[in-house]
Design a protein. Structure first.
Length: 158
């Protein structure tokens, strides 16, 4: 009963601060979404890396698929996944995100870094079907673009 009254009050906007709680949830979802995009990058780059290292047999179709996925993942519109107030330095964000405030305060630097990834991924997509050596030649560009953004805008997870 208590809960019903509470949720009715929240729905009616009677409880001050209820809006904050709701937007906190929205922020958590946005953070999870952008981390999920990162996981897609990581998974697909990992396949290509494994082929280069000989941990996975080269397969042109699989390589092309991974590279195309990278291109697609890097073309997902992420604007809504990076709302203001969701940097690790912001209130209540500890343990939820490792994105540094600098990503917002130095904008559009972070967008430039993202563009670098898109370009490197496109080169990888052209190369991936052409054998391990072609992947080897393109993978530094992709990995470098991840690193180029991370070293400025992501803190190590502890
Ligand atoms: C434009 C900047 C940028 C680029 C490019 C970028 N990242 Fe990230 N990455 C971040 C930021 C910022 C975070 C922290 C996100 C958070 O915790 O909210 C992150 C987090 C991650 C994580 C941790 C995700 C999690 O579940 O917590 C992984 C894995 C990752 N990146 C992999 C990659 C790989 C692989 C690439 C390249 C193919 C890449 N990233 C390219 C900015 C970037």
């Amino acid at each position: 009963m208590k809960r019903m009254i509470l949720s009715a009050m929240v729905a009616a906007g009677v409880i001050a601060g209820a809006g904050v709680a709701v937007s906190g949830e929205a922020e958590d979802k946005a953070i999870k979404a952008r981390q999920a995009v990162m996981q897609l990058y990581s998974f697909n780059l990992g396949k290509l890396g494994a082929m280069v290292k000989g941990e996975m047999e080269y397969d042109a179709a699989q390589a092309k698929l991974a590279a195309d996925n990278l291109v697609k993942a890097a073309s997902i519109g992420q604007d809504a996944m990076w709302p203001e107030g969701t940097a690790m330095e912001d209130a209540g964000m500890e343990g939820k995100t490792w994105a540094k405030k600098a990503a917002w305060t130095t904008y559009p630097e972070v967008a430039n870094k993202h563009k670098a990834l898109q370009e490197a991924a496109a080169k990888m997509a052209d190369a991936a079907g052409g054998g391990v050596d072609a992947i080897k030649a393109a993978i530094g560009g992709v990995g470098g673009s991840c690193k180029g953004c991370h070293e400025n805008f992501r803190a190590p997870k502890k």
